[in-house]
Design a protein around this ligand. Sequence first.
Ligand code: ACO
Length: 403
Amino acid sequence: GIEVSSLMKETGMVTLDPGFTNTASTTSAITYIDGEAGVLRYRGYPIEQLAEHSSFLEVSYLLIYGELPTADQLTAFTSRVQRHTLLHEDLKRFFDGFPRDAHPMPVLSSAVSALSTFYQDSLSPFDETQVELSTIRLLAKLPTIAAYAHKKSIGQPLLYPDNRLGLVENFLRLSFGLPAEDYEVDPVMVKALDQLFILHADHEQNCSTSTVRLVGSGQANLFASVSAGIHALSGPLHGGANSAVLEMLGDIRKSDDDVDTFMTRVKNKEKGVRLMGFGHRVYKNYDPRAAIIKKTADEILQKLGKRDELLDIAMRLEEIALNDEYFISRKLYPNVDFYTGLIYKAMGFPTKMFTVLFALGRLPGWIAQWREMMEDPQTKIGRPRQVYTGVPERDYVPVPDRG
Ligand code: ACO
């Protein structure tokens, strides 16, 4: 450990805040969170109201442009996005280059990165028309890319988008449809996925959004910044938690462990054993997104006719945790991803795709935050300081003279 007094002397005014638990990196007018009260609002609108009444594209518009769209604005926005869903034929070939069992997250990130090679006409961070064009291109093409990553992994042919369909319908058809069959879009599934995307759409300065901003602060283009954000999202302590939850539930079911034995291992802090889908850096009461999902998870699973025994394990884990001193004293509650995996599974997505679905939902937030930063005259390149703890100074020793 470093003595605080010597740290002050060494660093002058530099503050040390590992993990940024107390340091704001920016001002922002997009998303408001009150972690103690369990409040989440996009542009002032409570998440509960948006989840119930709004749609994902409408919420995307709200996050990016600051206001809910009028009917005309929403129609124009929707049709612009619809017209950009195709991928360049050469970009489609990229999917052949990855191993068949590739994880779809790095495939997604690589394809987004590659967009900057295809759309060199929309890379300037300061030209309004170009930023607008890359915004629409990303919103339209990410679902196509995500569906293709999935199709490749199961060895099925890639379909072309059908632009008569809405964004979520299109994505479901591209993911599950086959060329020889008509794909019947299930409205229950569309509504559920649309709502999940809304709940994931922004969450202020989380790890991936901070990454998007940091990369963008060096004036890298929107595709490059979002590609970096996708990588940041992939880790199991962030977006990767949604697949980790399902793996955990599956392991509990497969192993001889019962739920209580597993919880004892969590509380003993066995290496690598955490109750995945629990805990949050900001929410210390409950995660309002989890509350909405919990309400709908059971209902959706019933409607899809996919009541899952893993849901029972999840509910049992939650019940134990909410009454256990270990979790209560550390203010650990279910987060957004405790229940999402069960819904994604019921829809037919493999576990590897779960974090990709999170990325689809989070995209408008990344874009909105990147644009807000670019428009802010106060923006500077992100460049944190450090507290050096290495050897102070020493003289070079030639190779033959070293120990
Ligand atoms: N299971 C068991 N113990 C936990 C858990 C958990 N899920 N989360 C935190 N703790 C314990 C820690 O061991 C620590 O205990 P200690 O005080 O005895 O040392 C205490 O609670 C505080 O935890 P930190 O890791 O310091 O909290 P931090 O704010 O850094 O981490 C995080 C937040 C990463 C979300 C953490 O709770 C976690 O790892 N959760 C599981 C992974 C997960 O679900 N991530 C998704 C986050 S939401 C999202 O990205 C959508």
